[in-house]
Design a protein. Structure first.
Length: 182
């Protein structure tokens, strides 16, 4: 009579048993599951970093343009307790004259012509996802000195506080009198 081993595997035939295949598939499943988690985590991190960089770049561009307007302005008047500011630009300003308004409107920092935030025809949006409702205030380090416009802007493109960008800028209004910012 033939033994059990000889009946299970005839000579000349080789292969894997069902148990060996199941164990191999389980190990491969665990390895591939771990690799998938690493890949998804990397994608999320990349998306967060891109969103953070985009918001920082938007704040930088907005501050550059706002500084250009405010440094030349002869007066600044705060709107809605600091939700906006309108700047009077005298004729010696080479980039614009008249009045321009900077406002936080529906979570966007916008620049428009005129003295209110309601001008929709000449409005430019510089930054979106703004979470600070009143970023503008007047600041004077010493009584009687040239006034400064203080801008404290917080931008958060996601719901996570780890991704928010907060920037503060003090812009000296070079053409303004000591009472030029109210």
């Amino acid at each position: 009579m033939k033994s059990f081993v000889e009946r299970a595997r005839p000579l000349g035939e080789s292969g894997f048993s069902l148990v060996e295949l199941i164990v191999t598939m389980a190990v491969m499943g665990i390895v591939l599951g771990g690799l998938a988690n690493i890949f998804i985590s990397g994608q999320r991190t990349s998306a967060d970093a891109t969103a953070r960089m985009t918001s920082q770049q938007g704040v930088r561009v907005a501050f550059d343009r706002l500084e250009y307007d405010a440094r030349c302005a002869s007066t600044a008047a705060l709107l809605s307790s600091g939700a906006g500011v309108y700047l009077t630009l005298p004729s010696q300003c080479d980039h614009a004259t008249g009045t321009v308004t900077w406002c936080v409107n529906s979570g966007s920092l916008q620049r428009s012509t005129g003295t209110t935030c309601s001008d929709t025809t000449h409005r430019l949006t510089y930054v979106t996802s703004v979470t600070s409702a009143t970023p503008f205030s007047c600041y004077s380090p010493v009584s009687g000195s040239t006034p400064q416009l203080r801008v404290n802007l917080t931008v958060n493109t996601t719901t996570s506080n780890a991704n928010k960008t907060t920037s503060t800028d003090y812009i000296t209004m070079r053409n303004a009198s000591s009472t030029g910012c109210t």
